[in-house]
Design a protein around this ligand. Structure first.
Ligand SMILES: *Cc1c(COP(=O)(O)O)cnc(C)c1O
Length: 376
C-alpha cells in the first residue's frame, strides 16, 4: 500500500527510476533498503520516542554487534567526519563544545597524508580545524608523522579507500605513532563494507574512531552513518550531535534512520553479506555469459571491485575502431535510453558493470541494452 502510494508520487513528478550498474553512489540514491529495514523504519515512524534514549539504545546494540566499545548513528559518514573531529577537539567539555567552530586556545590541527586529501576534506575542516599534511610523491616517512604531531594536534585522519592508497604509512604505523603521543586516529572507512568485519577491524587495531556510511555497503537509510569506537569520544559525539544544541545540530538523525540502520546492520551480519556475495557472483556470471561472443567487445570478471570490496564486477572493453563508437558515446547512449542505465567508465576504452546495485531481472536487461546500443 505504502509502496504504491510512493510510486504514484514519483510518477506524478515524472521521475523515471534508473537501472544502477555503477555503484552505491549518493548522487544515484545510495542503496535499496531491504524489507526488514523498511519495516523497522515504518514502526519507528508511528510513535514518539525520547531521542537521547533511542540513540543510546541503538548505539549500545550496534556496538555489541560490531565488537566496539560504543557506537553513534549519524546522518551519514560525512557528518561522522564533522562530529568525530569535533569530539577529538572538545571531548565532553561543555565550554569547548559551545565555542566551536572558534578554536582559539583549543587543538585545531588534524594531520593527514597529502595523498589522501580528497573531496571530504571540507567535512574535517567544518569544526574550524586546519589540515596539516605529511608525505610526498614517493613515500611518507615515519618521522614526518612524528614531526607533524604537536600540542595543537586534535587527531590524525586516515582514509581506507583505494583511490587514496598511494605513498602512505601503513595504518598500523600511524596508530602506533599517534597513540604513543595520546592523539586519536580517525579512520574514514565509509565505503569499505563489505567485508562486514571492517566494522570492528580498525578500532581493534587501535584506531580511536572508525566511520562508515549507512547508505552504502550496509544497505541502510541513505542519510545514515556510523561512528564506532572509544566510549569517551562517542559520549562527546552525543553532546555535539542533534538533538543537542551544538555544531552537529543541523546534522539531525531521525528515529526512522536510527532504527533503520540498526536493522540493516543486524541483517547484514546475519547472512546479508553472504547473500550479497552470492547474488553478485550470479549476476556477474549472467552478464558475462550474455555478453560472450559479442563482436567489438571483450568482457571479463574484475575482482576485487573498484572499491576493493570482495565482490566481482564485469569489465567490458571495446574495440572502438571496429564498432565505430567511442566508449563515452556508449555510456551516453546507455544513460539516455529506456530504461536509463548508469555504468562506470573504466580506463581508456572500458566500462564496469557492477552487479551489487542491480535488482531482479536487471542483469539480463543491462547486457541486452548494451548489445542493442552496439548494434544501433
Ligand atoms: C561516501 C563517503 C563519505 C560520505 O558518506 P555519506 O554517508 O554519503 O555521508 C565519506 N568518506 C568517504 C571515503 C566516502 O567514500
Amino acid at each position: 500500500m505504502e509502496t504504491a502510494q510512493r510510486q504514484s508520487v514519483l510518477a506524478r513528478l515524472g521521475m523515471r527510476p534508473l537501472v544502477n550498474a555503477h555503484s552505491r553512489l549518493t548522487r544515484l540514491g545510495g542503496s535499496i533498503m531491504a524489507q526488514p529495514v523498511l519495516e523497522a523504519m515504518l514502526e519507528a515512524s508511528r510513535h514518539f520516542y525520547d531521542m537521547f534514549e533511542l540513540q543510546e539504545r541503538v548505539g549500545e546494540r550496534i556496538a555489541t554487534l560490531t565488537h566496539n566499545e560504543a557506537a553513534y548513528v549519524t546522518s551519514g559518514a560525512a557528518a561522522g567526519l564533522v562530529l568525530a573531529t569535533a569530539a577529538c577537539i572538545t571531548g565532553a567539555d561543555p565550554a569547548r563544545i559551545a565555542k566551536l567552530p572558534q578554536l582559539d586556545g583549543l587543538k585545531d590541527e588534524v594531520v593527514v597524508h597529502r595523498f589522501q586529501r580528497n573531496h571530504y576534506d571540507n567535512n574535517v575542516r567544518t569544526p574550524g580545524t586546519r589540515l596539516v599534511e605529511i608525505g610526498g610523491h614517493r613515500q611518507t616517512h615515519r618521522w614526518e608523522l612524528e614531526e607533524a604531531i604537536g600540542p595543537r594536534t586534535a587527531a590524525v585522519l586516515y582514509f581506507t579507500g583505494p583511490y587514496v592508497a598511494r605513498n602512505l604509512l601503513p595504518l598500523e604505523v600511524v596508530i602506533e605513532v599517534a597513540s604513543a603521543r595520546d592523539v586519536p586516529v580517525i579512520v574514514d572507512a565509509a565505503a569499505h563494507i563489505p567485508p562486514a568485519s571492517n566494522l570492528g577491524r580498525f578500532t581493534q587495531m587501535g584506531a580511536a574512531l572508525a566511520i562508515f556510511s549507512g547508505g552504502k555497503g550496509l544497505g541502510g537509510p541513505q542519510s545514515s552513518g556510523l561512528i564506532l569506537g572509544r566510549r569517551d569520544l562517542i559520549a562527546a559525539c552525543k553532546l555535539l550531535g542533534s538533538p543537542s544544541y551544538a555544531i552537529g545540530r543541523p546534522m539531525k538523525v531521525g528515529k526512522e534512520e536510527m532504527v533503520g540502520l540498526l536493522a540493516a546492520v543486524e541483517l547484514y551480519l546475519d547472512g546479508g553479506e553472504q547473500a550479497q556475495r552470492e547474488r553478485c557472483e550470479a549476476w556477474a556470471r549472467l552478464m558475462l555469459d550474455a555478453l560472450a561472443g559479442t563482436p567489438g567487445l571483450s568482457a571479463r570478471r574484475f575482482f576485487p571491485n573498484t572499491h576493493t570490496q570482495p565482490l566481482p564486477e564485469v569489465l567490458v572493453e571495446f574495440d572502438e575502431a571496429l564498432l565505430g563508437l567511442t566508449r563515452d558515446e556508449i555510456v551516453r547512449r546507455l544513460a539516455a535510453g529506456d530504461p536509463r542505465i548508469e555504468v562506470a567508465p573504466h580506463a581508456d576504452a572500458g566500462l564496469l558493470l557492477n552487479p551489487d546495485t542491480l535488482q531482479d531481472g536487471e542483469a539480463e536487461l543491462v547486457a541486452q541494452r548494451l548489445k542493442a546500443v552496439l548494434a544501433e
